[in-house]
Design a protein around this ligand. Structure first.
Ligand code: SF4
Length: 378
């Protein structure tokens, strides 16, 4: 297990689950049914609940959608979060029946345009407080506060998102409403990493909900999400996650399974990208493996590397072991020493420099010699 130092975020309770404050990272999913079809929605919630979802989000668009939540609540014990979409006033109808309210700062401009956003947030926060709900300030790349967007160059999509999230945190704090978390989602994993890192540097106390929006279908959607989560969770950032996958409702449990698998892989050092876990000791990472693995001996090799390098555990050196030529060459660039496996040989690298390709039964001594050199030079 990698000893990841989690950010010291404050606890935020959502029904029976608490995120932040070093609690296990909660895994969420979202329904894709109309709430007015109560049976279908309850069935989907049950499926996700059975799959182990800690929190299940439901979107409402109209007063009719919102009213259906009263009946849904009666039929499920799951922790429910509601997405207000563009109509903040629906909070009034849904708050008594849910555990968390998500609003998007960029959507507060669609209704009652003359009213300042602060008044709308005050309204949502008061309802949340009265009905024992948490709040998520959910900033999304596709719907950023227009006033924030105008302030920055069109090619800087990150600063407006960040500024909007920070401003809402400050405002909620000023209302003495601190039971909230924040999400900053983009469809580009690298932007998700950057914006969440910058936010966490500014507000390390605020729990973060991580996700890559519109990630797509598996396996690509899972891979994109995995890359972002590795770089964030590996640095202690993130208190709850959702893996957004384009799958039919009957397969929605896959979002939960993917979320749990990614988290447990990160903690086991099974990562696709090079992650610096901020530890001052040897960091051995190996990809989780997939259908692209070119030689079954990869898994055994990863274990052998771990055992062989045990003697160097006091040294802050990262060694990456990757299973194929598709991602191996690129993904090992950021490691101090990298191995990527081909069908017959293993390629050895020192940072971006290729050191040669060696048969599986010769690679360990070669790696050891490079490791010794590295230790000698530090
Ligand atoms: S490095 Fe290759 S084998 Fe390993 S997970 Fe990535 S694509 Fe699959």
């Amino acid at each position: 297990m990698v000893d990841i130092q989690r950010n010291k975020t404050r606890p935020v309770r959502i029904g029976t689950v608490t995120i932040g404050d070093s609690n296990p990272i909660a895994v969420q999913s979202m329904t894709a049914t109309k709430t007015t079809d109560v049976d279908a929605t309850v069935q989907l919630i049950q499926l996700m609940h059975d799959a182990g979802a800690d929190v299940i989000r439901i979107a409402v668009d109209s007063r009719k959608d919102a009213a259906a939540l009263a009946e849904i609540r009666k039929q499920t014990p799951a922790n429910l979060s509601v997405d207000l979409q563009e109509n903040y006033r629906l909070a009034e109808i849904v708050a008594p029946h849910v555990d968390k309210i998500r609003y998007n700062p960029g959507h507060l401009y669609h209704h009652e345009t003359e009213k300042p956003w602060q008044e709308k947030v005050r309204f949502i926060a008061a309802l949340a407080a009265d009905h024992d709900c948490a709040i998520r300030v959910g900033v999304n790349c596709g719907s950023v506060d227009p006033a924030k967007k105008e302030k920055y160059d069109a090619d800087d999509s990150i600063t407006p998102m960040l500024e909007s999230a920070l401003e809402h945190c400050q405002f909620l704090d000023s209302l003495d409403f601190t039971r909230y978390c924040v999400s900053l989602k983009d469809s580009d994993p690298s932007k998700v990493v950057e914006v969440n890192r910058r936010f966490a540097a500014n507000r390390p106390d605020v729990p973060l909900h991580l996700g890559v929006t519109e990630a797509g279908m598996p396996p690509d959607g899972v891979i994109k999400t995995r890359i972002a989560f590795e770089q964030l969770i590996g640095k202690g950032i993130g208190d709850t996650v959702r893996v957004s996958l384009t799958v039919p409702n009957a397969r929605k449990g896959e979002e939960i399974a993917a979320g749990r698998e990614i988290i447990s892989d990160i903690y086991a050092g099974r990562v696709r990208s090079v992650v610096d876990f901020n530890t001052n000791s040897l960091n051995i990472i190996s990809c989780p493996s997939c259908s692209r693995v070119e030689n079954e001996a990869f898994v055994e090799l990863a274990e052998q590397v771990k055992a062989m390098t045990e003697y160097a555990k006091e040294h802050a050196i990262t060694i990456a072991v990757m299973g194929c030529r598709v991602n191996g060459p690129g993904e090992t660039d950021d490691a101090d020493l990298g191995l990527w496996c081909g069908p017959k040989v293993v390629n050895l690298k020192k940072g971006t420099e290729a050191l040669g390709a060696f048969p599986y039964d010769e690679i360990l001594p070669k790696l050891k010699s490079e490791l010794d050199k590295l230790i000698g030079s530090t």
